[in-house]
Design a protein around this ligand. Structure first.
Ligand code: CAA
Length: 296
């Protein structure tokens, strides 16, 4: 039996295990989230001084981390498990120095038909990445192209190496972005830049990406993951419940009118007054001591 077949069987067993009641699967989740090498196309680790940041490293170097079906399933699986692990407060997704991800796997897609894509709801599951309640930080080096750029835009914050390149080159292979590129880019960087990227397939540099708001900070390539983990640790030091409400509130800005968004924000803000962590945060401030959040 080939290594890849063994890995597929292992992976499907883990997926089956997740359908059991929560108390039965926790040890399995913990094991698979902590160990590297149990996945075929990604590596997962728990990092940070307090071991409170999940790190997912895309690991198909020969294909520049092209996003094959297996890789997407593994990312979603790892995210689900980091989301159920109460010790994790933020998740970093990264690739290699050469490529964050060079897009959907063209070899896998080449012979697909329209009917097949409709039947399998191709790409739909990718959007599950955005369903992570815990914040996702993309640490991008090298190419973030096509589906790679789209995966990055599913994350909440992007840190990039100064040599990173971003693009939606689908037009050059006879198709268009399919996992959010045409919808998110205009919202994130404006219509003209988005149109230029989507219609030409031209890449933009890390500096341009930072200038246009696609990326929040750039670093030398060897510092990006470390800085993203530090950012994750800072986020993880806050109440996980309040962090998830804050993330939900910011994301609502992309889904609603301003008035609806303001009303939603106000409701979420008021809802924090039902949390022990809100009381602790304000009490600790007034007592001039660091807060001790309990995620309650
Ligand atoms: N799918 C499958 N394999 C890919 C790939 C992809 N998206 N991108 C790169 N690879 C493979 C190459 O085929 C090559 O494999 P072999 O060694 O077996 O030939 C290997 O990765 C290295 O690639 P290159 O030799 O091309 O490396 P390079 O340094 O010369 O160029 C690159 C790098 C500019 C990123 C180039 O590989 C490239 O243009 N890749 C394709 C980018 C692309 O078109 N992405 C969009 C995909 S469609 C999509 O993503 C749809 C969507 O929205 C969901």
């Amino acid at each position: 039996m080939s290594a890849s077949r063994v890995s597929q069987i292992l992976f499907s067993r883990v997926l089956q295990a997740t359908r059991k009641p929560q108390h039965l699967v926790t040890p399995v989740i913990r094991y698979y989230a902590c160990q590297t090498g149990n996945y075929e196309s990604i590596k997962t680790e728990i990092v940070g001084e307090k071991k409170n940041v999940g790190l997912i490293t895309l690991n198909r170097p020969k294909a520049l981390n092209a996003l094959c079906d297996q890789l997407i399933k593994e990312i979603i699986h790892a995210l689900e498990h980091f989301n159920t692990d109460s010790s994790i407060g933020a998740i970093v997704i990264t690739g290699s120095e050469k490529a964050f991800a060079a897009g959907a796997d063209i070899k896998e897609m080449k012979d697909k038909s329209f009917a097949e894509n409709l039947k399998s709801n191709f790409i739909d599951s990718w959007h599950d990445v955005s369903k992570s309640k815990k914040p996702l930080i993309a640490a991008v080096n090298g190419y973030a192209l096509g589906g790679g750029n789209e995966l990055m835009m599913m994350c909440d914050i992007v840190y990039a190496g100064d040599k990173a390149k971003f693009g939606q080159p689908e037009i050059a292979i006879g198709t268009i972005p399919g996992a959010g590129g045409t919808q998110k880019l205009p919202r994130f960087i404006g219509k003209s830049k988005a149109m230029e990227m989507v219609l030409t397939g031209n890449m933009i540099t890390a500096e341009e990406a930072e200038r246009s708001g696609l990326v929040s900070k750039i670093f030398p390539p060897d510092k990006v993951v470390g800085e993203a983990v530090k950012l994750g640790e800072k986020i993880a030091s806050h109440s996980q419940l309040v962090v998830s409400l804050a993330k939900e509130a910011v994301n609502a800005a992309y889904e609603t009118t301003l008035q609806q968004g303001l009303e939603y924000e106000q409701k979420l803000f008021n809802s924090t007054f039902s949390l022990a962590d809100r009381k602790e945060g304000m009490t600790a401030f007034l007592e001039k001591r660091p807060p001790k959040f309990t995620n309650e």
